[in-house]
Design a protein around this ligand. Structure first.
Ligand SMILES: [Zn+2]
Length: 219
């Protein structure tokens, strides 16, 4: 059942591991089949490189009934809560990527210090921090969903990062961007000895567009 979606999240989790976003079996990836109301999600405790189709769990969004698989991720509740508040998303990538997690540990949002932030839906232009709650709890699911409701990217206080998208590929790209933005911000703070770099406002990001008349175009 849902083999294509299962393959997609295996490829995504393996790519996240290879690129250092997900290490030591941390993090999880899910995708939603909207019509069937089913979530496919990575299991806990299995090395990403060893993942097989049969390891992927299928969970019903409505009541979290386990349809297939043995050990769905311990953060299944959080994934489901995010799908419930965002009708438009089809995939979620949660990581403990190191620089983003360092800001999450300090409960510091990452401001829009580079223009690429305009690519993402954010309430205030920055990557916000969802309040702390213990992993695997309903409190955490509610806290994260509350922030994901208005943001494609978020840090999870004292825990990690979460990114959502219209496909697993898109959510993974967003997870890469979280780590990239956090890394640039960290370096900027180091270079300026803690002085906050200038950041784009939400309005500036909304107004961002490339000047078409000077881009190469067919005559
Ligand atoms: Zn986690």
């Amino acid at each position: 059942m849902l083999e294509d979606l299962k393959s997609e999240i295996i490829v995504t989790a393996q790519e996240a591991q290879r690129t250092g976003l997900m290490r030591h079996r941390s993090g999880n990836v899910s995708a939603l089949d909207k019509e069937k109301g089913l979530i496919v999600i990575t299991p806990s405790g299995i090395d990403r490189e060893a993942l097989q189709i049969r390891d992927i769990s299928v969970v019903r969004l409505e009541d979290l009934a386990l349809i297939e698989g043995e050990k769905p991720s311990s953060e299944t509740l959080m994934h489901a809560a995010c799908y419930r508040v965002r009708e438009d998303i089809r995939a979620i990538v949660h990581t403990h990527s190191p620089v983003a997690t360092a800001f999450a540990v300090c409960e510091r949002p990452v401001p829009a210090i580079v223009y690429e932030m305009f690519l993402f839906h954010t309430a205030d232009g920055c990557i916000p921090v969802a309040p702390f709650a213990r992993p695997g709890t309903k409190e955490l699911a509610d806290a994260v969903a509350g922030v994901i409701k208005e943001n494609d990217l978020a840090l999870m206080a004292r825990h990690g990062a979460i990114a959502v998208g219209k496909s697993a590929e898109e959510a993974l790209l967003a997870a890469h961007y979280i780590e990239e933005f956090a890394t640039v911000y960290m370096h900027a703070l180091q270079i300026s000895q803690g002085k906050e770099p200038a950041a784009f406002t939400r309005d500036e990001l909304d107004a961002w567009e490339y000047p078409e008349e000077i881009l190469p175009h067919r005559k």
